[in-house]
Design a protein around this ligand. Structure first.
Ligand SMILES: *Cc1c(COP(=O)(O)O)cnc(C)c1O
Length: 439
């Protein structure tokens, strides 16, 4: 499989090259030159496949011969060392729990897959690779855990000071070894901007070999498709495919779902569930894409004002607005509604949502409510992606439900550790100096 740059000024490259580079030299995002179709037999009989077999089927066409089959199967199985249960919450709404991995958020899958691919590609190479990543909360921990101890790779994580939860911060600042955390005096967009500048800095790139572990990297983005196929495997009503509702920030996860949809994944509709950061939801209403400053919310991993993966969604629909609107709707949920949702679902359905899952729950509920009132529509049911464990946001969740969330052992161990970060200003020259000094 070849990957083209969406800015179309750089040549197409293979999976290996695209995964190592992260971003194309023309600063475009890489995108597969064609979208593989999954065989009918696989789609109809998915229940007979294990999660490892499903993941292999889904990812193999994107990699071709770049990774030998046996190695790819090993990477897939190491990536998927935990479960992805589909849990019924209301009569028509199911939670796809993506928080059973080591950092209790869905980004574990992408980070684990990517780190193992890069580890494979740089074996026997003498140059070290530095992975640079900006995080609004969960990426940092997942990348840190995914790359910890991978030989030949150093990881530098930028996160906005005071804007990630305590657990999130500890997950990315306490590992040591090949992982460094930079605490930036700014917001997530500042962090992301600094990382982008580093990739664009030609003189820096001559000295060191840097790449990204943000969801723009295809090796992180593509494996997120697994969730949707796992959900389809578990879906109880195969004659009536689900609506997928995805809590969205940088739009990598939902874009992976839409990619699978084009490969033949059965789905009724997709919903982008956003918090007050409503750049895309506005676009879906009025057709104008106007990036905004990110505003802080209680679902902080989605505080993104100019989502990088959105260009990939446009590309998936050939920039044809009516087709995009047919497949995708957007909802923007306020913090008040999010808190109310956590409260209600806990009390009425005995299910504890985290703030991100709560945004998705509410968006799905609104959508199902709207379509059920339209005459002639079949009774639709949906899946919301529960992207983080509620214990990652104890301050928020516990004040709403007035009950202490039991702390799982890994979090308990984490809380005893001491944060180790390096503070820097939200200024590219500070990052550049740091990289040149320490690497
Ligand atoms: C990153 C993250 C999101 C947003 O995912 P995108 O792929 O950036 O849209 C949602 N929820 C949680 C918990 C996250 O960590």
């Amino acid at each position: 499989m070849q990957y083209l740059s969406l800015n179309r000024q750089s040549p197409a490259v293979d999976f290996r090259e695209a995964a190592i580079r992260g971003q194309a030299p023309d600063k475009g995002l890489y995108f597969p030159e064609s979208i593989p179709l999954q065989p009918r037999d696989f789609i109809e009989n998915i229940e007979e496949y294990s999660k490892e077999e499903i993941a292999f089927m889904v990812i193999q066409p994107y990699i071709g011969t770049e990774i030998p089959e046996e190695k790819l199967r090993q990477i897939v199985s190491e990536t998927l060392q935990f479960d992805f249960p589909l849990v019924q919450v209301t009569e028509d709404m199911y939670s796809l729990e993506l928080f059973h991995g080591p950092t209790m958020a869905f980004k574990d899958v992408g980070a684990r897959f990517m780190s193992r691919c890069l580890g494979h590609f740089i074996q026997n190479k003498d140059q070290e690779l530095t992975v640079l990543v900006a995080t609004s909360g969960d990426t940092g921990g997942a990348v840190a855990s995914g790359f910890l101890g991978v030989e030949g790779v150093k990881v530098v994580i930028l996160y906005p000071s005071g804007k990630v939860s305590n657990v999130q911060e500890l997950q990315l600042t306490t590992l040591g070894q090949n992982i460094k955390a930079l605490e930036v005096n700014g917001n997530f967009d500042d962090c992301q901007e600094m990382v982008k500048k580093a990739f664009a800095d030609e003189s820096l790139n001559k000295i060191m070999f840097i790449t990204s572990a943000n969801s723009i990297n295809i090796a992180r983005w593509l494996p997120q498709q697994f969730y949707y196929w796992f959900a389809w495997k578990a879906w109880p009503d195969k004659k009536n495919p689900p609506v997928f509702c995805v809590p969205s920030g940088n739009f990598g996860n939902i874009c992976a779902g839409l990619l699978s949809y084009q490969s033949g994944l059965p789905a009724n509709h997709f919903i982008a569930a956003c918090n007050a950061n409503n750049t895309v939801t506005d676009y879906l209403i009025n057709g104008n894409y106007r990036p905004k400053q990110a505003v802080p919310t209680i679902s902080n991993a989605m505080d993104v004002g100019d989502p990088s993966n959105f260009v990939r969604i446009l590309e998936l629909f050939n920039h044809y607005y009516p087709a995009l609107k047919e497949a995708l709707s957007g909802y923007s949920i306020t913090d008040e509604q999010t808190m109310q949702t956590i409260f209600e679902v806990f009390n009425e359905n005995n299910y504890l949502l985290d703030p991100h899952g709560a945004v998705a729950f509410q968006a799905l509920k609104e959508y199902l409510g709207e379509i059920s009132s339209e005459a002639g529509q079949p009774f639709a049911k949906g899946i919301f992606l529960e992207t983080a464990h509620p214990v990652k946001f104890p301050e928020t969740v516990e004040s709403i439900i007035n009950w202490k969330v039991p702390v799982p052992q890994p979090v308990y161990d984490l809380l005893l550790k001491k944060k180790n970060s390096i503070r820097i200003e939200a200024d590219y020259s500070a990052l550049r100096d740091f990289l040149l000094e320490t690497i």
